[in-house]
Design a protein around this ligand. Sequence first.
Ligand code: GLN
Length: 612
Amino acid sequence: MWAKINFIRQGLFVPPFLPGKRLHSQILSHSNSLSHRHFHKHLADTEKNKMKYVLVTGGVVSGLGKGVTASSIGVVLKACGLRVTSIKIDPYLNTDAGTMSPFEHGEVFVLDDGGEVDLDLGNYERFLDVRLTRDNNITTGKIYQSVLEKERKGDYLGKTVQVVPHITDAIKDWIESVSAIPVDGKEGPADVCVIELGGTVGDIESMPFIEALRQLYFSTGPDNFCLIHVSLVPVLGVVGEQKTKPTQHSVRELRALGLTPHFLACRSAQPLLENTKQKLSQFCHVPAANILNIHDVPNIWHVPLLLRNQNAHEAILKQLALLCVARPPNLEEWTTRAETFDNLTNSVKIAMVGKYVGLTDSYLSVVKALLHASIACSLKPSIEWIAASDLEDESAESAPEAHTKAWETLRNSACVLVPGGFGDRGVKGMILAAKYARENKVPYLGICLGMQISVIEISRSIVGWKEANSTEFDEQTSNPVVIFMPEGSRTHMGNTMRLGSRRTLLQSSDCITAKLYHNPEYVDERHRHRYEVNPEVVGDLEKTGLKFVGKDESGQRMEILELPSHPFYVGVQFHPEYKSRPGKPSALFLGLILAATGQLEAYIKTHQNGSI
Ligand code: GLN
């Protein structure tokens, strides 16, 4: 079950694929459509800038792919010419995802403003091509923190502070103000805000959110609110029937809390049968036309197409009284991408040497960035997960089979990627992988920890500092080549992470990174780290031939390293994966795949004039 329900989030592909209706079969035609230029003015005039909300809730089980469903709804609405923003509600008590283990919760996604948020926000950014803020991720922790701060300041004027109305009011205020923040680079608020409520309806911790959303629905009015409930329609046995009971129960639960869904988005392995739809409609009080079906598809880019093919956009726009101002959805790019990917036959083997390889969600953005880059090279990424500790000499004795297999996998891969990470587990194995890539001229990309690993490896193997280490792993090392370098206070450990977008100045145009980014003066990428290359050892390191080709504005922080004698050996202190988008792959991931397949030189030659 776990593998199945996680398929959408991980972008894994679940056979068999049963095609839905033909693409392009349903195109909206609005005789009374306004031209898109007049659209926003029209909206502003008629609706007094009232935000339209699409709330996505989930029932039956978690991990149904609610995030992908919600972002796909956003994609379809955007394709109709609307400006879309999104909010993810996580009802857990953590203030943000920064302290949560990737083992348990998947990767921590990092935003431009330094917000450490749930990985679903990454999905929204990638699908909608927007830049969200930390406030677009609401947690119970954040809401209580804001209410308790106000309580301490005496803002409640002696009143008893309660879940209703104070917590619920804080949730409503938060949603109303955050939905107005533009996230698509344009001015003014978006037209539609997609709100995803994490967890499953009926969870104790999501109750205040449900109540606040019920009130929001009531105050914004039916034309401005659309509730889509994502549910599971399982099949029992090999040729069993599609079961509607779990959905019926979860809709009943939702209705008991005062919310009636306008739409059901039913997840199923195979397309829903007509009589299943009729049953759901009758028992769940939802018109049959509003029962959407998201059955298993070969890749997640099919999901917006699936929704469009069922005319979901038309029905949602109707619910939101936007039908007269939207245009027929243009999903050409999505169609091409989804279909191209299905037809790719060649693949590229990427050795991913990390600590959290058991749960691939731990590196979700890296996986997506590899996907974007591989597709740009007409290849499928074949990620070979290697637990770094299996490469270590010690494991030759304790787990000889795993050790042999790890090395075999590494040697059979076309390139090596060491992603970010914290703590010393597997560090020795990562150092061995970096050494292997350097010595054998195998393309290498080291991200954050992966760059620090390169510095330690080169310091030990070439400079000859046998004890070289990061003070994160050995505080007493006689050769601290990677050190704690906070931007703020050195005495306070809290809040010392360097987080969010920071500028890297490229030191010369004569390096692979500059060429891959098409020769800008600087790049702005997202960071999440505490430790950095010790500026005092830069001179010694550069004597080995290593070059720091990107530095921060002070020149003190090393951001990018390269080995000019190697076909592709790049380490970056930042995380380029967070800004990779389908159709706009991150430059360095693209470089890695190009180098792995012997196409880098030709690519650089064709693009050296800055054209893309
Ligand atoms: N642990 C390292 C640091 O804090 C690397 C962090 C990372 O890879 N994101 O600097």
